[in-house]
Design a protein around this ligand. Structure first.
Ligand code: F6R
Length: 600
């Protein structure tokens, strides 16, 4: 949420910053800005809207080799020109960009900045005004920045420029991600390595409560207490082609299409030298020590967690609870004696999940993170990590990360079962390969998906997804996908629950997408379809070969029932994609949203 960049070197800073912001646009896209420094001082360009709008605003004649930039997802203050970053102090000596939320900004304003008139409604402006206040009291910029950071409560990734110090960008972070990238005669700052891959693949990870002085020739990291820290850089393992759209009109479509390959890659990544599916022994040991697993996640990852519970309980026979992260931290249930926490997160940066991780670590419980991003906060701070190997997911609506989460959870469950001496009764590797082929059949059937979207969703104002058992959970994910990108009011329901209230919403023509992949409840869900049809609904049944019927709109190839969600979610993703497209929505960057939700 919000992305920041910085550059100090010898090339045109404007272009490097703008390109970097374009790569970070997934983190927020309601306004953006850059500040560049040259001998005339600091010039700020900012604009409401997308980076393309900012680009049009930037004066190409301003030459500068140093600058910072920001793309925003508004938290404090509406998205407009004034609230867009960078923000400047009263005298305009200091300029900052900030990602995160300063929780005590009201108190800081009251205690330290009485009489200072604020230009914006943002929490960020308080930070830059504090730096100026402390500097005007005689502190050096580093001291004033440090003193300010010590007062802040909340999350931040900050880049700061001082008009009186041409050779330096100051940066610091707490809870929000931030990296420094290294180059020959230049250095950069970015919320995500992706933003600066255009100039370097060498990055240094920053830790919370460090202050970093970035110059053209060197980068110095200090603790807030002033101790110098040496840290080796790492090479970012991201291929440029992974982050380009190529010939696809949208990242979402590209990422949907990548799903068969992602499942195959996961199979390979989790094979040991004997070509058997394997998980690190420490993770298996932690699972065996636990008397109960607590899966904590948000949004799509939470939906994957619901299915993960079924896998872990059915295959490995370990009791599991699944919790919404934003609820769990502030209303913790009674925990078992030996809990193991499993955090599922595509980005590994979700603040709601992180606040739970911090609390459970304080309580002394072990934690495993399942994430797509190696080195992410949730990965670093947990005891163990399992990677998704899905490649960067850029569209805001999560697709391939969800299927990857299911594949990894199935492997974890099957391997844990084997470690306990349990026979799961099927060859998971073979079944995952069959599922990958079945996904391929779905992505190859786009015309059909587009027709379904046209037929059912072109003019509707709402849509229901129903299912039972695993299909219910996939329905929740299908509904989330549809609503977030097409803005159609969509809800997922357990098929048997409709008659307890929801069926009142069914009107003539209401689309009801019914999933029927689970044999044990096949007749029950078909009975529920009859109930809604009797009240005027327009049903779209998605079933699986083996128990399909003539009335079904889409019949998926047969896969192992437990893996049906990995396949059945794909038509729902595609139908949502086409529904959004037909309605003229911005598929990759839906309104009000951002990827990587780093505020609670
Ligand atoms: C929906 C979506 C979100 C995320 C949620 C958690 O398409 O992407 O619901 O799943 O914000 O994000 P992660 O998985 O990064 O923790």
């Amino acid at each position: 949420m919000c992305g920041i960049v910085g550059y100090i070197g010898e090339q045109d800073a404007k272009e490097i910053l703008l390109k970097g912001l374009e790569r970070l646009e997934y983190r927020g896209y309601d306004s953006a800005g850059i500040a560049v420094r040259n001998s005339a001082g600091i010039t700020v360009f900012k604009e409401k809207g997308r980076i393309a709008d900012l680009r049009a605003e930037v004066n190409g004649d301003v030459e500068a080799v140093t600058g910072i930039g920001h793309t925003r997802w508004a938290t404090h203050g509406v998205p407009n020109h004034v609230n867009a970053h960078p923000h400047q102090s009263v005298t305009e000596r200091f300029t900052i960009v900030h990602n995160g939320v300063i929780e005590n900004y009201h108190h800081l304003q009251r205690d330290y900045l009485q009489g200072v008139s604020m230009k914006s409604d943002t929490d960020t402006e308080i930070v830059v005004q504090l730096i100026e206040k402390f500097s005007s009291e005689g502190l050096t910029t580093k001291e004033a920045f440090t003193k300010t950071l010590e007062l802040l409560k909340g999350s931040y990734a900050i880049a700061l420029m001082d008009a009186e110090e041409a050779q330096t960008i100051y940066v610091a972070k707490n809870k929000s991600p931030l990296l420094v990238g290294l180059g020959e005669n230049f250095n950069v700052v970015a919320s995500d390595a992706m933003a600066m891959l255009q100039v370097t693949d060498q990055f240094v990870e920053l830790m919370d409560k460090e202050i970093v002085i970035v110059r053209k020739e060197n980068v110095d990291i200090y603790t807030l207490g002033g101790d110098r820290i040496d840290r080796d850089p790492f090479t970012a393992q991201i291929d440029m082609s992974d982050i380009e759209k190529g010939t696809y009109p949208h990242y979402m479509l590209k990422e949907i299409d990548e799903q068969p390959a992602v499942v195959r890659k996961i199979i390979q990544a989790y094979q040991n030298e004997q070509d058997e599916l394997a998980i690190e022994p420490e993770v298996l040991e932690a699972l065996q020590q636990a008397d109960r697993l607590y899966i904590v996640a948000a949004g799509t990852s939470y939906h994957a967690g619901l299915i993960g519970k079924e896998y872990l309980e059915k295959l490995a026979k370990i009791p599991v609870e699944v919790h919404i992260a934003s609820e769990f931290g502030y209303n913790m249930p009674l925990l078992s004696e030996r809990p193991l926490f499993i955090f599922i997160s595509q980005s590994g940066e979700t603040a709601d999940s992180r606040q739970v991780l911090v609390k459970v670590k304080d309580l002394g419980h072990p934690a495993l993170t399942i994430t797509n991003v190696a080195g992410s906060t949730l990965s670093r701070e947990a005891d163990y990590t399992l990677l998704l190997h899905a490649g960067p997911e850029i569209a805001v609506a999560s697709t391939k990360a969800y299927t990857a989460q299911l594949a990894v959870l199935s492997i974890l469950s099957a391997v844990a079962a084997k470690a306990k001496g349990l026979d799961i009764g099927f060859d998971l590797e073979q079944e995952l390969s069959i599922a990958a082929n079945a996904i391929q059949a779905q992505v190859d059937d786009k015309e059909n998906m587009e027709n379904i979207a046209r037929e059912y969703l072109e003019t509707t104002r709402n849509c229901f997804f129903i299912g039972r058992n695993l299909d219910y959970y996939v329905g929740l994910e299908g509904a989330l996908k549809l609503k977030e990108i097409s803005y159609i009011q969509a809800e997922g329901f357990a098929g048997g629950e409709l008659k307890h209230g929801t069926i009142a919403l069914i009107e003539e023509g209401t689309p009801v997408i019914a999933l029927a992949t689970q044999e044990a409840v096949n007749l029950n869900i078909r009975g529920n379809v009859k109930e809604v049809v009797a009240r005027g609904a327009n049903p779209c049944i998605i079933s699986m070969a083996g128990h399909a019927e003539d009335e079904d709109r889409l019949v998926l190839p047969a896969v192992h029932e437990l893996l049906a969600p990995i396949v059945s979610v794909v038509p729902l993703q595609l139908i949502s994609y086409y529904a959004a497209l037909h309605r003229g929505c911005d598929v990759d960057k839906p309104r009000n949203l951002a990827k990587s939700v780093t505020v609670e």
